[in-house]
Design a binder for this molecule. Sequence first.
Ligand code: NAD
Length: 279
Amino acid sequence: MTSLSSRYDLKGRTALVTGAGGLLGQQHTAALADAGARVVVTDIGLAPCEAAIAKIREIIPSANLVPVAIDVTSQESVHAAVIDLAGRGIQIDILVNNAAIDPKVTSTPGVMHSSRFEAFPIPQWQMEIAVGLTGAMLCSQVFGGAMAKRGNGVILNIASDLGVIAPDQRLYRQPTITRNEEQPVKPVTYSVIKHGLIGLTKYLATYWADRGVRVNAISPGGVFNNQDPAFVEKLTRLIPMGRMAKVDEYRAAIQFLCSDASSYMTGQNLVMDGGRSVW
Ligand SMILES: NC(=O)c1ccc[n+]([C@@H]2O[C@H](COP(=O)([O-])OP(=O)(O)OC[C@H]3O[C@@H](n4cnc5c(N)ncnc54)[C@H](O)[C@@H]3O)[C@@H](O)[C@H]2O)c1
């Protein structure tokens, strides 16, 4: 019988995290490096990758981290990364589709707010879908396709509690704005992308089940990051545990979902939201 801790061990494996320069991407990278994986740290430019690596090395000095710029919306960029990595003898065992655009909800009084469904700009729809959904599809096609050929691998899609429930638009209402159509809302794109990622997860899990590639999703709830206190207060009232997540609270789940600890799990969505979607 193998020890339980050895099932979390990622020594000898290489993970690739998209959007790794961001708030949670750094955490996912740290979690994977902490479990012994080499991590290819990717983001739209090299600068955010290097900055993330410097921060992670402060807590895990021995972390084996490889920066590579990947724009997940560009087939050229993803294919160039594959060639670059292959040239260095690096193949990807674990893919974390994390890159996304999370548009901040702000408002300009006096005009129909462009985040509202009736006025939502098509170029913004296309751009956000290109990053959050098509980007995950493209990286899965390229890196997951190679895993399927080899007969093993793991894909983890970073969804959201808003991939399971609709946004509660009351959270974004601004008391100084009286006209409803001027109120900002959480855009439709976020819901569509996150629900879509869970669909992609189920599709690929069954598509590659016989090829040794497991595909799961995680749906994190909102992370506290010094947001407006009024917003935090309203949001925490919707969460049974009465608080937002701490930034490092998803790390253990990332290790679980990306390692052999979850070896009999595929096509699932692990919801970690302080109970918000249960209410
Ligand atoms: N932060 C939260 O509270 C929270 C909650 C639930 C789910 N999520 C999800 O977790 C993931 C990470 O969120 P975050 O808060 O760290 O966001 P973030 O904005 O801090 O990070 C997103 C990263 O994606 C990168 N990116 C944007 N466009 C890209 C492109 N074309 N190619 C490659 N990279 C690109 C950005 O440069 C950025 O580094 C997202 O999928 C988000 O939807 C976040």
